[in-house]
Every structure is written in structure tokens, then in C-alpha cells.
Design a protein around this ligand. Sequence first.
Ligand code: NAD
Length: 257
Amino acid sequence: MADAYFNLTGKVALVTGASQGLGAGFARTLAAHGAKVVLGARQAGKLQALAEEIGAIGGIAHAVSLDVTCRASVTAALDEAEEALGPVDVLVNNAGIAITKPFLEMTDADYDQVLDTNLKGCFIVGQEVARRMAGRPEDSCGGSIINIASVLGTDVIGQLSTYCTSKAGLIQLTRAMALELSRAKIRVNAIAPGYIETPINSDFFHTPAGEKLIKGIPQRRLGRDGDLDGALLLLASDASAYMTGSTITVDGGFLVA
Ligand code: NAD
């Protein structure tokens, strides 16, 4: 049931990279709090089951094909989303990838792929959504853009040089967008998750190296489903009306260890 403080009824939220992992969880949570949710992923077909699951619990979801690295794909997805559910009020820039390799072996193609998805992708989707938000009538209630960064935007670990670089850039992009978009009533904030168990990394955390990493987290556990919901709902809703340019760390204490 929608909590009054984090009530998103009447809002349309777009989640990029919604086909699995954190993005699918964000979409479920936003829908459970009343938002109409646009699910974006490169293949819309992969999102049908999630759209139906949200529909079955009384929510409204619409799947669109969207590749965050391609501006034409983003504008087409936004046109379709507006047609289906109305203009986007909340954007969750979640799509992201990592390539794990020693720095000396990282190729130009690796660099481009990670930076294009994690940083330029957020630039493209954020800019296209913000242009539409800024063009809305004066009396509209504004918009919220939430960039999914990482604790590795400030900390670094081995073999993830391009990933760490992309997330550091995203934290600064968040601040720069917040500065310039405030006048248009658009708030831009980021969430920096620590290690959250998702299908993509679950195997690693059951290896000796993964178990060692968990022991280094002050709370001695990985983040799990729902641990990011408080930050997500705060930033998506009017409860954070006076917040912009912030990055909220949700990491079980990883960064202070
Ligand atoms: P994931 O691999 O399970 O999900 C990433 C999603 O992004 C997938 O649906 C994928 O298809 C999509 N995607 C990739 N490239 C895309 C593109 N060009 N266009 C559209 N969609 C694309 O990963 P996750 O663990 O759910 O991570 C989600 C976000 O959270 C990422 O930005 C990641 O960097 C960030 N993050 C994750 C963790 C963690 O521990 N899981 C920690 C910190 C930050």
C-alpha cells in the first residue's frame, strides 16, 4: 500500500535497464508506491513478464525498447512512453555495465563501451528527459532525475578502472545537471550503492574472494532486495523537494571502513 509520504500517485517514472537486477526492483517499488512505470531495456520483449507482474498487483507498466547509448532510440522510447502513460516525471538512470580486466589490458573498445553506457548514456537520457520536463507548463510540479552511481565513483578497486571512472564522472554530471536544471524545477540526485547481490554478481560473492569482501563491509553483509528503496522513494517523491545535487551512499558502511 502506498505510504502517504512517499506517495507517487499521478507520477510517471522511467527506469532504464529494467529487465533484471536493481532496475527491475526499482520498477516494482515505484509501481507499488503508485507511479505508472515505463520499463526501458534494449529488447522490450524481455520486459513483458515484469510488466505483467506489475499489472497483476494493480500497477501500471509499459515496456519500451531503449538503448541508452543511442539518442534516436531514446527519443523514440520517450515518444512512445508519453503516448502510453504521459510525460515522464521521474527518471531512474540505472542501465550500466562493468568490464573486469587489469588496467594494462583494458582496450579502447572496453573503455568506450563502459563510458558510453554508464556516463554518456545517463547524459543522453538525462538531457532528453530534462528537455521535455523543462518544456512543461510553468505550474507543473517539476521533475526528478536519479542517477545510479556507485561507491566505486569515489573508492577504487582493482580491475574496474573504466567502471570506477564512469561512476566518478556520473557523480559530477549529477552535480552539474542539478546546478543548471534547478531553475526549470528539475532536481537531479544520485544513489551510490555499495555491493548489492543481484543475479549478475551472486556467483562471485560465494567464492573465497567474495566472502573476504563481505567481511570488509562493517555491517558484514551484502545489500539485498529493498535496501535501496528508502533512498529511491525519497529522491523520487516530493519528500526530497529541497534536495538537488546530492549523492546518497547506501553501502552498509563500506566507504567508512
Ligand atoms: P545488471 O547487469 O543486472 O543490470 C543492468 C541493466 O542495464 C540490464 O537490464 C542491462 O540489460 C541494462 N543495460 C546495459 N546496457 C544497456 C544499454 N546500452 N541500454 C539499455 N539498457 C542497458 O546490473 P545491476 O547490478 O542491476 O546494476 C544496475 C545499476 O546499478 C548499474 O548502473 C550498476 O553500475 C549499478 N550498481 C550496482 C551495484 C551492485 O552491487 N549490483 C552496485 C553499485 C552500483
